[in-house]
Ligand binder design. Structure first.
Ligand SMILES: [Zn+2]
Length: 158
């Protein structure tokens, strides 16, 4: 069983309470260790803009706001062999499966729905983010967010 380090805990404390509950329960069940990096929790418009400028997001923080700016998004990054890794897709999948199991079992969801970036298909503006796993996964594997509408899941990750 894994647990969050100090920095991940601090970042987690700034996001929506349902994401906190989700992450706390998820890490206890997940087959992979994971954490929250410096940009993975709550972001200011300025922090969002910096990410936009590096091309890692299509949300500029002003015209298009990220769910990270309202605390309704969280990025979970696998922590393997002593460091964060964005290369291990099995780990991302394992974490996502666990996250949805936990989410499904949570009782009061406040009418919100869990969305996962691994379901998002690449768009033209994000072709630099295309992930090559037989074109099956979306482009934002660490990303979870809370929306008022259900996600139209097109993948079977079971
Ligand atoms: Zn994100």
């Amino acid at each position: 069983m894994y647990k969050f380090g100090k920095s991940s805990k601090e970042r987690l404390s700034e996001v929506h309470e349902l994401l906190q509950e989700l992450a706390e329960k998820c890490i206890q069940k997940s087959p992979y260790d994971f954490g929250i990096t410096s940009t993975g929790g709550l972001r200011t418009a300025e922090q969002q803009r910096v990410l936009f400028d590096t091309g890692t997001t299509h949300c500029d923080g002003v015209k298009i706001k990220s769910y990270h700016q309202s605390g309704k998004a969280l990025d979970l990054i696998p922590y393997i062999g002593g460091s964060y890794t964005w290369e291990n897709k099995e780990a991302f999948l394992g974490i996502a499966k666990t996250a949805f199991e936990v989410w499904d079992a949570m009782e009061n969801k406040q009418g919100l729905h869990l969305h996962w970036g691994g379901y998002w298909r690449a768009k033209d503006s994000n072709t630099n983010m295309l992930l090559d796993i037989n074109d099956k996964l979306g482009w934002d594997l660490p990303h979870f967010e809370l929306r008022s509408n259900p996600q139209n899941n097109t993948l079977n990750i079971s």
